[in-house]
Design a protein. Structure first.
Length: 133
């Protein structure tokens, strides 16, 4: 239920963000917009709010790359182990162009959703599946 609510919130902000002129679209602007849509709720601890806000910022960053808040992002955010993250990313790669996937993976790394080691493993395994060593 939480994931669906978060995905809906990010989709709403994403629509607004993508409607901005290109020269107004930036990582900082996306963060400001998601922060404005993520107010501190009564009874919520400061730590819980900060965690929720950071999770939505990451979801937003990946959604901008995909131009949608989709289940792939949920799966990356939910993966607990590096192997799970690698498997999810390799599966997601099948639904993207190489350039889009490279941008998605770079964004996931920049947002600290995946470690540098996971990024390297995904890149290596991606090359292996297309026969490039």
């Amino acid at each position: 239920q939480r994931r669906l609510s978060e995905r809906s919130r990010v989709n709403d902000v994403l629509v607004e963000y993508l409607a901005l002129p290109k020269d107004e679209q930036s990582r900082q602007r996306a963060r400001q917009m998601i922060d404005a849509a993520t107010p501190h709720q009564e009874g919520e601890s400061l730590a819980a709010w900060q965690t929720r806000r950071e999770r939505l910022r990451k979801r937003m960053a990946l959604s901008i790359v995909r131009s949608a808040a989709d289940p792939t992002i949920d799966a990356v955010l939910s993966a607990q182990t590096n192997e799970q993250k690698i498997a999810v990313l390799l599966e997601a790669r099948k639904t993207m162009t190489p350039a889009a996937f490279d941008e998605f993976l770079a964004t996931a790394a920049r947002e600290n959703l995946v470690s540098p080691a996971v990024r390297v493993q995904v890149q290596r395994r991606s090359r292996e599946t297309v026969g490039v060593q």
